[in-house]
Design a protein around this ligand. Structure first.
Ligand code: BMA
Length: 323
């Protein structure tokens, strides 16, 4: 069900959806989905797309567009391939990148899932052009994924949001580092709820948090296990700017879920899975790029002001989230 505010859906699907599918690719692939997103210096949009090849293993491929909707220029060969000889944690591929522009480093941080016999872990690479990448290797050991770097240091330390699995559930955590290599200060940031909730037992960060004057505005996914399979939907939360482990507001209802054919049918049906957003020049409109049913990339638009207004009406403070 769509959640509607002031007669407008909270996230508006673009009429050109899905904006990218495997048929658009210049080489043979199985599917394209779960893309990181950023604006480049010239104002164009870059998507770093997860490509699943016909062995079932994933790599990343860049697509660039002047308007972020169509006219995509797709790299003719894989942009960023797993390198299992030097990075054995990438033996079964690399997945689900989140991109953060880091002004202090004048580089983009690409945080991605590296998958191997040990399970999925979190890896980091830096790049300035999405052509060459400097790998930092695994920064969070398995089983961990759904990670993104915040764009600047907080109290002198870099901050990474991620989702380790434990026996008690899959919650969002935040960890800190002086140098992007050594991580500590781990804290739970947002807990999966329990029981019948749409976001019971397993949640994870979607696209990187958006910095607003009121806090880090954050889309997260909740996974509902049903007898017919999993349902991936999106929720919204706001975290304190200086203490991002402190949740200021969290919505009870999901704000976006699978409805259209391309979201409800695919290799993994009933999945909407954003890994990237870009912001328009008005400083308010955001473009949310999401993987649909593990088979396509789609775009939905919303406004920061609309999301904050929705949280003001529908959000509750952290104390009430311990369901
Ligand atoms: C999650 C991730 C995503 C994927 C989703 C649905 O656990 O692995 O890459 O889109 O499952 O299959």
């Amino acid at each position: 069900m769509s959640v509607v505010i002031h007669d407008e859906p909270l996230l508006n699907r673009h009429p050109a959806n899905p904006i990218l599918t495997g048929r658009d690719w210049p080489y043979a692939i199985n599917s394209v989905f779960n893309a990181g997103a950023t604006l480049l210096e010239d104002g164009s949009t870059l998507l770093l797309c997860r490509i699943e090849d016909r062995r079932g293993l994933s790599h990343l491929c860049a697509a660039r567009s002047a308007n972020g909707v169509d006219g995509w220029q797709i790299d003719s060969t894989p942009t960023f391939m797993a390198d299992p000889d030097n990075y054995p944690e990438e033996l079964w591929g690399i997945e689900d990148p989140r991109i953060t522009w880091v002004p202090e480093l004048k580089q983009y941080a690409v945080v991605y899932t590296s998958y191997s016999r040990g399970g999925p872990g979190v890896s980091l690479a830096l790049t300035s052009d999405f052509r060459t990448f400097e790998r930092y290797g695994v920064i969070m050991s398995p089983d961990d994924k759904d990670a993104a770097l915040l764009p600047h240091k907080i109290d002198g330390r870099w901050a990474l949001i991620h989702r380790p699995m434990t026996n008690l559930g899959a919650h969002m955590w935040i960890s800190y580092s002086p140098d992007l290599r050594h991580w500590g200060g781990h804290k739970v940031m947002l807990e999966a709820r329990r029981g019948a909730w749409w976001d019971a037992n397993k949640i994870g960060l979607s696209s990187p948090p958006i910095q607003t004057a009121r806090g880090w505005l954050t889309l997260y996914h909740g996974v509902r296990q049903t007898p017919a399979g999993c349902l991936y939907r999106l929720g919204l939360a706001l975290f304190d700017l200086e203490r991002p482990d402190k949740c200021l507001l969290r919505g009870d209802e999901w704000i976006f879920g699978p409805e259209t054919d391309y979201e409800c049918h695919g290799d993994v049906s009933n999945v909407v899975f954003p890994c990237g957003n870009t912001m328009n020049a008005d400083g308010d409109t955001i473009n949310v790029y999401y993987g649909a049913a593990d088979c396509a990339i789609a775009l939905a638009r919303t406004r920061i002001s609309t999301l904050l207004a929705w949280l003001d009406e529908n959000g509750t403070s952290d104390r009430r989230h311990r369901a």
